[in-house]
Design a protein around this ligand. Sequence first.
Ligand SMILES: *Cc1c(COP(=O)(O)O)cnc(C)c1O
Length: 221
Amino acid sequence: MTIASRVNALRNSIPTGVKVVAVSKFHPVEDIMQAYEAGQRIFGENRVQELLPKQEELPADIEWHFVGQLQRNKVRQIAPFISLIHSVSSERLMREIDKQAAANNRVISCLLQVHIAEEESKSGFHPDECRKFLAEGRWRNYPNVQLVGVMGMATFTEDREKVRAEFRQLKSLFDEWKANYFQDAPAFKEVSMGMSDDHPIAIEEGSTMVRLGTVLFGSRG
Ligand SMILES: *Cc1c(COP(=O)(O)O)cnc(C)c1O
């Protein structure tokens, strides 16, 4: 199957209203262009040094998302163009994004990454830590950051019910925070969950944004 046919197949299988972020990390610009020509416009990368040259070379109407762990000293480089940062996992990082967004006269959309998996290796706010951050209203100190929802990664396991329970937990945190803090913020509406292996479950559990690499571009070798 070509990349274009995979893009089209996914478009037919994923419900309208669920956005597809094509995670193009480790794949060359030629592959990205194949997806682009098939109509894909949202692409995600997880390393700043890989994203920058791709962003320069590729069409300007691509919406670039940052999906991986982001070091604070790299925020400055992506602040002029990044559309959505999925991986805000600390107040310190949010403060830096706010500062760099302001320096570019921008408001940058961000997701609160929440740690829902069993594995320690996956990053994100602990749910209680994030709840406290919101309850204390500290997030309001960063006017150049617009919070538009949550993101999470499930445990890497064959146990589908465990994956489902973790996604369900993330959706329920989203619903709680939406009701408590973002009732009047229509932009707070995204639940970024689901990757190549588990996106059908994530969609059943309320995902609005799936981040797909392997199913679109093949394995990263
Ligand atoms: C690499 C990556 C993905 C895509 O993974 P696949 O399993 O290839 O679909 C999604 N989200 C994040 C945060 C990633 O780093």
